[in-house]
Design a protein around this ligand. Structure first.
Ligand code: ADP
Ligand code: MG
Length: 240
């Protein structure tokens, strides 16, 4: 579903993505971990071209990601993204947040978009809050709206960049529960997270990044039991 081959990117002198090869099969859940600054967010952003790359190829469902233009907007809609900071529209209601892109990008009629929006709000447990504004919700609720908004585009894959890092501990579970159920239903997901419980329970593979490189790419049970690299051992000793 997602394939990166020989992807490179610099920020000035910093070689932030170095020869990245990564394949995420349909229905696979890949958890990306690694120290701060290792390039995890840049990798996510590169996958839907929020960040240009210098060399290599990225294909989504067999189609190369164009650098710009209409094709880009369409392909970007195929890969939803959920950020640490929710990024909801503050002056739109919850329901409007989950319908706007359906109208603009998917060109759905308003009725259809609202119906779909309500189904998705129900699914993340927030239908009762449809007419509220984001500021009236808790962080965990806002993040669940953000997931519903991403799902409203009927994406082929979802990228999550530290979706629970900005949340108070008691709200992390409600967001992870939604993510676990998506994984169980076969959604293709790339998840940057420090939630190792989620990685153990839901990931097909764990990708460990350090200094812009993929250092390990293995099944979670193998990775956690026997990390091969010194970098990964060191990282795990600090977070577990
Ligand atoms: P991670 O998500 O693993 O913490 P990032 O992908 O955010 O890492 O960042 C990787 C490196 O790239 C860091 O050193 C960061 O400071 C740098 N970086 C990220 N975005 C930019 C940018 N827009 N301009 C310059 N440097 C950046
Ligand atoms: Mg990051």
């Amino acid at each position: 579903m997602i394939e990166l081959s020989g992807v490179n990117k610099h920020f000035g002198e910093l070689h932030v993505l170095q020869d990245i090869d990564l394949t995420v099969g349909r229905g696979e859940v890949v958890v990306v971990i690694g120290p701060s600054g290792s390039g995890k967010s840049t990798l996510c952003r590169a996958i839907n071209r929020l960040e240009p790359i210098e060399s290599g190829t990225i294909t989504i469902d067999g189609r190369p990601l164009p650098a710009e233009g209409k094709g880009l907007a369409r392909l970007r809609a195929e890969v939803g993204m959920v950020f640490q900071s929710f990024n909801l529209f503050a002056h739109k209601t919850v329901l409007e947040n989950v319908t706007l892109a359906q109208l603009k990008v998917r060109k759905r009629a308003k009725d259809e978009a609202e119906t779909r929006g309500r189904v998705l709000l129900e699914r993340v447990g927030l239908l009762a809050h449809a007419d509220k504004y984001p500021a009236q919700l808790s962080g965990g609720q806002q993040q669940r709206v953000a997931i519903a908004r991403a799902l409203a585009m009927d994406p082929k894959a979802l990228l999550f960049d530290e979706p629970t890092s900005a949340l108070d501990p008691e709200m992390i579970t409600e967001v992870l529960d939604v993510m676990r159920s998506l994984a169980a239903e076969g959604m293709t997901m790339v998840v940057v997270t420090h939630e190792m419980g989620f990685a153990r329970a839901s990931a097909n593979r764990v990708v460990f990044m350090a200094d812009g490189r993929i250092v390990e790419d293995r099944a979670p049970e193998e990775f956690f039991a026997r990390p091969e690299s010194e970098r990964a051992r060191d990282f795990l000793s600090k977070i577990l």
